[in-house]
Design a protein around this ligand. Structure first.
Ligand SMILES: Cc1cc2nc3c(=O)[nH]c(=O)nc-3n(C[C@H](O)[C@H](O)[C@H](O)COP(=O)(O)OP(=O)(O)OC[C@H]3O[C@@H](n4cnc5c(N)ncnc54)[C@H](O)[C@@H]3O)c2cc1C
Length: 405
């Protein structure tokens, strides 16, 4: 089949590779000049095989009044009278009770496990260079109450076969000595030794190059998709604003947070709300952490990616066309400096980045035929875990597409 994959972020590039490897003639399309420029460009780099916790959760529900009142610097919500946003918000709230949260979380963990295996298979086939490393991860809990809630969750995950360990502060300091000088509160930590790290943007570039060379994927970059054509009520072509349409037998939308720009043809787009985040990347220096760290109180993630150190965080729900807010970089920098002083000091060479997580109300991605046009498929809405879930999502997409044709 001739298949267009629309969007060359981690999800699109993984999908293009998987479809082409299965024998399809794939064209990978992106509005940008190169792959990995969207939400995948500067994310926290964490391959969270054993994290997978859905965003709508009982613990977020507890913090909701403070977030709505603007008392939590890590979150910002601007309410608006937009029916799609209000429906999304109500569905998000409906996913917060424990039963729904755990059902979403265990489904995400299953997909993360599939991803882990697919990535291992890919790396056995292709020598990709993207600073991949099984760094392990420490979740740092600020107080006895939050740490005591982590115990039952670790036990639930243990029953799924996941390896997480509860550590005292002293034990966490043995795993990552930098924590001896950590200025944030640490009542205890959860250690996930098998979690990994990698540069998602470099992965996009490397895997695109490999898929082109090995499986004949065609690239069409700098080309913004404007819609679709039908023939006899089936998808027949992908339309662009500034060039001829591309005839295809099927198309997959992997447009990340920009899926809404194709909403006219794609009812699923209304289920995806962009949640903006920020990151700062500096040169890694002696004394900086090597193990990946997540500060649970401040919702900060630290990652040593090759020779760089990155901090990522903040979750802002704004108008989709609001763009980024330069003041939020200062908020992120202040929070990072309050716990790990001296690294993120706005020095020359600091790379600032902002991107949007494509969130569904359940945090589960949509991997399905579109309800819009027969022949159109969606692989999107991966929220805060798209890097982790990309390879497994690509395999599921291939399975769905194969079963439909
Ligand atoms: C601050 C932050 C930290 C994060 N940390 C992590 C993490 O540690 N681990 C993790 O697993 N995930 C993390 N994520 C989430 C992850 O980055 C996203 O889920 C993931 O990048 C989404 O990938 P994607 O391929 O769906 O979208 P994108 O990477 O955004 O790719 C979509 C592509 O589609 C293109 N496009 C869109 N519309 C069109 C169109 N009409 N025509 C042509 N091209 C189009 C865009 O140009 C873009 O290149 C984080 C996100 C943020 C914001």
């Amino acid at each position: 089949m001739r298949i267009a994959v629309i969007g060359a972020g981690v999800v699109g590039v993984a999908s293009a590779y998987m479809l082409a490897k299965a024998g399809h003639a794939v064209t990978l399309i992106d509005a940008e000049a190169e792959p990995g420029r969207g939400a995948s460009a500067g994310n926290a780099a964490q391959l969270s095989w054993a994290y997978g916790d859905a965003m709508a959760s009982p613990s977020l529900l507890k913090h909701l009044p403070g977030i709505v009142a603007g008392h939590d610097p890590a979150f910002r919500v601007r309410f608006r009278l937009d029916p799609d946003f209000m429906i999304w918000g109500l569905r998000f709230l409906a996913n917060m009770p424990d039963r729904r949260w755990w059902s979403n979380t265990s489904a995400i963990l299953q997909l993360a496990d599939e991803s882990r295996r697919e990535l291992a298979a890919l790396l056995a086939e292709a020598p990709l260079s993207f600073d991949y490393r099984v760094a392990g991860k420490l979740h740092l809990y600020p107080d006895a109450a939050s740490f005591s809630r982590a115990g039952p969750l670790v036990e639930r995950k243990r029953l799924l076969g996941l390896d997480q360990r509860l550590l005292s502060r002293a034990q966490a300091e043995e795993v990552e000595p930098v924590l001896k000088s950590y200025q944030g509160e640490i009542a205890g930590a959860v250690h996930t030794p098998g979690d990994a790290l990698g540069d998602a943007a470099a992965f996009c570039r490397e895997l695109t190059g490999f898929a082109v060379a090995r499986y004949g994927v065609e690239r069409l970059f700098g080309a913004k998709v404007a819609g679709f054509e039908r023939y006899k009520d089936r998808l027949s072509a992908v339309k662009f604003a500034d060039r001829d349409a591309l005839g295809v037998d099927a198309a997959v939308v992997t447009a990340g947070p920009l899926i809404r720009t194709l909403a006219a043809a794609l009812p699923e787009a209304a289920c995806v709300q962009p949640v903006r985040g920020y990151s700062l990347t500096v040169e890694w220096r002696d004394g900086a952490p090597r193990v990946s760290l997540t500060d649970v109180k401040r919702k900060l993630a630290f990652a040593a990616i090759g020779v760089r150190l990155r901090v990522a965080g903040l979750a802002d729900i704004e108008r989709p066309d609001a763009g980024f807010d330069t003041d939020r970089f200062a908020v992120l920098r202040d929070m990072a400096n309050s716990v790990l002083p001296g690294y993120f000091t706005a020095q020359a060479g600091e790379a600032r980045w902002s991107g949007e997580r494509p969130m569904t109300p359940s945090s589960q991605p949509i991997i399905a035929p579109s309800r819009g046009i027969p022949g159109l498929y969606v692989n999107g809405g991966h929220g805060m875990l798209g890097w982790t879930l990309a390879m497994g999502s690509a395999r599921r997409l291939l399975n769905i597409l194969s079963s439909m044709t």
